[in-house]
Design a binder for this molecule. Sequence first.
Ligand SMILES: NC(=O)c1ccc[n+]([C@@H]2O[C@H](COP(=O)([O-])OP(=O)(O)OC[C@H]3O[C@@H](n4cnc5c(N)ncnc54)[C@H](O)[C@@H]3O)[C@@H](O)[C@H]2O)c1
Length: 243
Amino acid sequence: MSVSTVIVTGAAAGVGRALVGLLLDRGMTVIASDIDEPGLASLRDAHAGRPLAVSTCDVGVRAECDAFMERTLAAFPQVDGLVNNAGLYLGRPVWDYDDTTIERVIAVNVKGPVWLSRAFAGHLLPHERRGAIVNLASVAGEVGSSDALYGTVKAGVIGLTKSNAMNFAPYIRVNVVSPGLIVNTAIADRIPEYRYKEYKRQEMLDYDILPEDVARICAYALSDDAKSMTGAVLRADNGCYPR
Ligand SMILES: NC(=O)c1ccc[n+]([C@@H]2O[C@H](COP(=O)([O-])OP(=O)(O)OC[C@H]3O[C@@H](n4cnc5c(N)ncnc54)[C@H](O)[C@@H]3O)[C@@H](O)[C@H]2O)c1
C-alpha cells in the first residue's frame, strides 16, 4: 500500500517545497509545515485547489510539535507518511557556538524528528497500520563537516533512522536521504566557500543537484517501490566522498 497522506516539515522552501509539489502531482494529500508563514502562504497559493493543508510549526520547540501533531492527526487521521525535512545549518566552526545555539541546532535537527516520529508512530502502531517516514540527513553526517554541530546532528539523524526502523517495524518503514550540495537553497548559500569547492571537487557527476532531484528520492522512499526497504541511507550527492 502506497502512502496517501504525508506530513512534510520545512515545506516552504528548497527540498520540502519541491516535494510538496511532487507528492500532490502523484495524487497524495499533503500537510505542509514550516516556521516561515509567508512562505507557507505562497506555497498554498501556488497549489490552490489541491489537497494541501499548511500549518506553522517550529520543529525545535516541543510544545509546537505536540500541538501540530495533535491538530494534524485530528484533522487527517488517515496520515501515513512523515518527511522530517526541516533543517538548520549555520556553517560555523564549533568554537563560534554558544550553548544556546548548540541547543537550538540539536533541537531543530534531532529532537524535532524524534518528537514528530514518536507521535506519528504512536498514531499508527496501536492499530497495526502501515506507513513510512523519510528523514533528511547530509553527506556531512557521514563524512564530517567544517560545522561540527551540523556533522553531529546529521550523524544523529542517520542513527535515529536506523533505530526507529527497528522500533517501528514491521509496520512503519524508516529511511534517510543524504544529500550533497543542493543548489538554489539557503543552506548551500551558507557553506563556507572553501568547503563548497571541496565538495564540488569530490563529486563524480557534474549535474547540479536540485531540490527536485532530492525530492524524487524522498518520494521513492515513501512509495511502494521501496516497500522492502527500511533503515537505509539513500544518497543524492553526485557520488562525492564515496563510502
Ligand atoms: N541545501 C543543501 O545543500 C543540503 C545538503 C545536505 C542536506 N540538506 C538537508 O536537506 C534538508 C532540506 O534542506 P534545504 O536545502 O531544502 O533547506 P532550505 O534552507 O532551502 O529550506 C529549509 C526549510 O526549513 C524551514 N525551517 C528551518 N528551521 C525550521 C524549524 N525550526 N521548524 C520548521 N521549519 C524550519 C525553513 O524555513 C525552510 O523553509 C535539511 O534537513 C538540510 O539540512 C541540505
